[in-house]
Design a protein around this ligand. Sequence first.
Ligand code: URA
Length: 231
Amino acid sequence: MRLDKFLSDALNIPRAAAKKAVSSGRVTVNGTIIKDSGHHVEEAAVALDGQPVRYQRYCYIMLHKPAGCVCANSDRCDKTVFDLLPPEYRKKDLFVCGRLDKDTTGLVLLTNNGPLAHRLLAPKSNLFKEYLVTLRDPVTEEVVLELQRGVALKDLRCRPAYFEPLSANRGILRISEGKYHQIKRMFAALGNQVTALHRQSIHGLSLDPALPEGACRYLTNDEIISLEKKE
Ligand code: URA
């Protein structure tokens, strides 16, 4: 791969900026300053201003979704999660790994790693997502047991779900599926109503508490590695 492409992909910077960094002597390959953007790099130690640059084939972004925007590529009426991304994050072929409803807030993972997303979302994957659920009515012990047994919906019997109460009508729900409006439908089937829903984590990847609503950031290397291990 060309050195300018390597830098542009790895650092998410425009190709022109990568070329400029190279021609101005800020880039080393295996310790030697290289000023030719077309220099071929393969398994090489590349550094910019002395800082190692790790090549990432794929892009992974965590977004703190606010209420009122939709998890679609485009929408005629509503703002989408993609509209919230700053231009430098708008890589081609990014998609949402596990959609949330328009009124649900919290963690949205965007990636262009199709195989990984496919495995994480596969119906047979037994990986858990955690939601903070607020309900109209208090949650009884019987309801907690019903959730654990697997709630029967019109078209599906849900897998066991685990509810940890935080107060009478709020708690953390862990589910290993992601069917359309699933949590709202589960509680509706049990005679209650979800009044607020917030996703806190996906397969052990937690929403960064420092990210305000509407903000996003790239995943850290450790977060990516831990997610890939869950495949
Ligand atoms: N379950 C729902 O009902 N809505 C969501 O946004 C996510 C899970």
